[in-house]
Design a protein. Structure first.
Length: 102
C-alpha cells in the first residue's frame, strides 16, 4: 500500500504536509478510494510489527503514530484546499483513511 501510493504521487511526494508547487492533485490508484493511503500503509505496518512481536509498547507507539498522522493529514488537507480548486470535490468523494468510514 505504501509503495503503490508513493509511485502514484511520483514527483509530488514530499514528507512535508505542504504540497509542492509543481505538484498536481493525484486521484488515481489508491487515491481513488483514500485521501492518505501512505499514512494508512505506515500505520498498518506499525500495527503488524506490534502484533508480530506481541509488544504492548509497540502497539501504543502505533496508536500514537496514527494520531500524529491524522493531525498531519488535517493540516495537509487545509493546504490542499487552498492549492487545488478540485480538492473540495475530491474530499467529498473519498474518505481520509478507511473507505466508507473515515
Amino acid at each position: 500500500m505504501f509503495a503503490a501510493s508513493t509511485r502514484s504521487l511520483g514527483a509530488a511526494l514530499t514528507p512535508l504536509p505542504r504540497p509542492l508547487e509543481q505538484a498536481r492533485l493525484v486521484e488515481h490508484g489508491l487515491y481513488r478510494s483514500l485521501r492518505h493511503p501512505i499514512y494508512v500503509g505506515l500505520v498498518l505496518a506499525a500495527l503488524g510489527w506490534s502484533l508480530l512481536f506481541e509488544s504492548p509498547i509497540s502497539l501504543a507507539a502505533s496508536g500514537a503514530l496514527a494520531v500524529v498522522l491524522d493531525l498531519k493529514a488535517r493540516r495537509e488537507e487545509a493546504w490542499l484546499l487552498e492549492r487545488y480548486p478540485g480538492y473540495a470535490d475530491y474530499r467529498r468523494r473519498t474518505r481520509r483513511f478507511v473507505p466508507r468510514l473515515y
